[in-house]
Design a protein around this ligand. Structure first.
Ligand code: 5GP
Ligand code: MN
Length: 339
């Protein structure tokens, strides 16, 4: 975004508009937090915004201010299409390629509107008139904070905005410990606390409201941990049967892959999660140092993300997914042993 772009965007937002704010499929804390943070801000500016998600979001996020107003595409397809037809501007947050919204991506691709992208992932597509893309940012929530500042409205940051933005920064940085957490992130967070975010309540909502089923599923996942020490690799598998035996609910496996990365010496961690309905194995990939799981996921698993955190999928069985991973890994042996 150039200075001129910010000026043009600011001018566009001086008159009340019908706006749609979209997050990615399988929304996480950063997607929901950034969309709702922007939602409350645009509402305060006198606009008529609606937050739209491709599919439902996890239970542990269902306390975030404004979340009851979110429209879920999968549940309200016709309503979604109407909203997009009338949208004067569409903000897409926490993703940078329309296919990250699943089937909704086709509807978005044929939507005639002014698109604004706010995102911190690598290699953005070029579908937006305004592209605010910065891979040095901890989270899209941090970028929404800077967006509000760039539009000269820092003083409009309410407790609702601050609570949503704090939540996304906290979840995307693993509670401020991942390498993308910078001094700037902490300064933003300090402002959000002053604006009314209550950090211990937010922490409680996210981390201390777990079901026994979810904790036992974690136990199963940890029991399934495999270490391939020659590659400093660890992976975890969870089958659909194991999910069902633990009454799986959306979001239950969030964070599991980090346990694999926490093993001493491990620099590359993968979790394979079977989804029989879609006929795929959904994968989360994590790394330490400069081994890029973004590149790895892009090259082999139809995915992407960040250097140290990415996602992807494999079309086929669990056994084939593991075999395919293990077929690729040897060529990276030196790199994985150099970290
Ligand atoms: P997670 O493994 O927690 O689902 O995602 C890690 C990071 O990779 C997040 O920033 C997420 O947005 C991104 N990501 C997850 N799945 C995919 C995918 O299938 N494609 C792409 N391009 N990015 C993904
Ligand atoms: Mn994010």
């Amino acid at each position: 975004m150039t200075k001129q772009d910010w000026q043009t965007l600011s001018t566009l937002l001086t008159t009340p508009k019908k706006l749609v704010i979209v997050g990615h499929k399988n929304p996480d804390g950063d997607a929901v937090g950034s969309c709702l943070g922007l939602y409350w801000y645009l509402k305060r500016k006198g606009h008529d915004p609606v937050v739209l998600m491709p599919n439902d979001f996890p239970e542990f996020l269902k306390w975030m201010p404004g979340c009851q107003d979110i429209v879920i595409y999968e549940k309200e397809i016709e309503h979604t299409k109407e909203l997009l037809e009338h949208a004067e501007m569409v903000f897409t947050l926490d993703f940078n390629a329309l296919n990250r919204t699943g089937e909704l991506g086709e509807v978005l691709a044929s939507t005639k509107s002014i698109f604004v992208m706010i995102d911190h992932h690598q290699q953005p597509d070029h579908y937006a008139q305004f592209t605010y893309s910065d891979t040095t940012m901890s989270s899209t929530c941090e970028m929404v904070y800077h967006t509000i500042g760039a539009l000269g409205d820092q003083n409009l940051i309410s407790a609702d905005i601050a609570t949503n933005l704090y939540t996304g920064i906290m979840t995307d940085t693993g509670s401020f410990k991942f390498s993308a957490t910078t001094p700037r992130t902490h300064r933003v967070v300090a402002d959000l606390l002053e604006a009314g975010a209550v950090h211990h309540e937010i922490h409680h909502h996210i981390y201390d409201t777990q079901s026994p089923d979810r904790l036992r599923l974690l136990g199963k996942a940890l029991a399934n941990l495999v270490i391939r020490a020659e590659y400093n690799l660890a992976y975890i598998t969870i089958t659909q049967d194991e999910l069902e035996a633990h009454n799986f609910k959306k979001g239950d496996t969030e964070g599991f892959v980090n346990y694999a990365l926490s093993v001493a010496g491990v620099v590359f961690a993968v979790i394979f999660i079977e989804n029989k309905n879609e006929g795929i194995i959904k994968m989360s990939l994590r790394s330490k140092g400069d081994f890029s799981v973004n590149d790895f996921a892009r090259n082999y698993f139809h995915g992407g993300g960040h250097t140290n955190a990415a996602g992807g999928k494999f079309d086929g069985s669990m056994a084939d997914a593991i075999a395919f991973l293990m077929k690729q890994v040897p060529q990276y042996k030196n790199q994985l042993n150099a970290i």
